[in-house]
Design a protein around this ligand. Structure first.
Ligand SMILES: [Zn+2]
Length: 365
């Protein structure tokens, strides 16, 4: 049985999608792309641009964000304007011509094409605040899908968010909490994931018996140090809540751990965090380098070999992040660089990584 531990379905992202208004949604998308591996392109000549056009390059929070009229374009692109110059970036397959959306029946068709049996639908700001939408997805395919909840992280110390999480789990049937550190940009990173003021939230997570899915992003400069610091905070949290399971999603943000020779080296301190018994790691490397690494990703296979030997198969789950992966590789390739090319993994361990571990974490059994 193959389970994709990281997939998406979402409505037209140019809409509010669960936010109060379109502006709030657009701002939340813009912050995500301040740290994107892919460079912006000038609309006039498609040339890549190195300078920061989305934020001041210093302040990672909302106060550093430029006003650029961020908008959703055609062909899976975002577009914006800075200093009278139009820029764009392709996020999704250009086949998304008029609308950037990924209806559930299309995801299911991709899963059927690649013989992926089941999938876990992630929630994230860029797509919207989609608890109700994802609850409906799971109701349509109760045997094939699970989904995780999202709250407004910048208000995660307030009762309203705890009640929303409880509703998402108990009424909508969602089975985890997606917690993205970049969403704290809204309060300029006033607190972080291991801050004591979030203890009531984690007590609720514990009572609901659900895992937490971390999306770790730097929250200060220099970004490399900040990225490692986010892992340090996960370590503090995981030791404080040993009975709550968690998943570090999106693999590594490789550019923060790469050396001058282009080789990804995982700092010991990060390995120690991943070794904690309640921390699982999502193998997702085919998009994180923004197309610099190419299929079958031998550089990623080296990192996977390292993690497999240091952590063991029970600590790893495979995820694709479809459909944002599709401009980089096919859905089958996002699976096969692990399944067919990581030949150092035994068949029984491969079963765990491609399905068994996710089945236990996300209540497929
Ligand atoms: Zn995703």
């Amino acid at each position: 049985m193959i389970i994709d531990a990281h997939a998406h379905s979402f409505p037209d992202v140019s809409e509010p999608c669960g936010f109060d208004n379109v502006e709030s949604h657009m701002r939340s998308i813009q912050i995500h792309f301040t740290g994107y591996p892919q460079r912006a392109r000038r609309a006039a000549d498609n040339a890549q641009v190195a300078e920061d056009t989305l934020y001041d390059g210093k302040n990672e929070g909302i106060s550093g964000l430029f006003d650029v009229n961020w908008r959703v374009g055609k062909y899976g692109r975002f577009e914006w304007t800075r200093g009278g110059v139009d820029y764009r970036m392709t996020w999704m397959p250009p086949l998304m011509r008029e609308k950037t959306e990924f209806p559930l029946d299309v995801l299911i068709a991709y899963m059927d094409l690649a013989d992926v049996d089941k999938a876990v639908l992630h929630n994230a700001y860029v797509y919207g605040m989609l608890n109700d939408y994802l609850g409906e997805c799971v109701r349509q395919y109760p045997d094939r899908l699970r989904a995780v909840a999202q709250i407004t992280e910048s208000r995660a110390d307030q009762e309203s968010e705890i009640l929303e999480l409880r509703r998402a789990v108990k009424e909508l049937g969602l089975v985890g909490l997606y917690f993205q550190t970049e969403a704290l940009f809204l309060n300029d990173y006033e607190f972080h994931l291991a801050s004591e003021r979030l203890n009531p939230l984690w007590e609720e997570v514990r009572a609901l018996r659900i895992p937490v899915l971390w999306n770790l992003r730097p929250d200060s400069q220099p970004r490399r140090e900040s990225y490692v610091n986010q892992f340090r905070r996960v370590g503090i949290w995981a030791r404080r809540y040993p009975d709550i399971q968690s998943v570090v999603t999106h693999g590594f943000n490789v550019r923060y751990i790469i050396d001058s020779g282009g080789r990804a080296t995982v700092p010991d301190e990060m390995v120690e965090v991943l070794k904690l018994p309640n921390v699982t790691f999502e193998l997702l490397f085919h998009i994180m380098q923004g197309g610099v690494w190419d299929y079958p990703y031998p550089e990623a296979q080296e990192v996977i070999k390292f993690l497999y030997r240091r952590l063991g198969a029970s600590k790893l789950v495979w995820g694709s992040d479809i459909p944002s992966s599709l401009p980089r590789c096919t859905y089958q390739q996002s699976l096969n660089y692990v399944r067919q090319h990581c030949t150092f993994i035994s068949p029984s361990d491969m079963d765990l990584i491609l399905g068994g571990n996710a089945a236990a974490l996300f209540r497929f059994q």
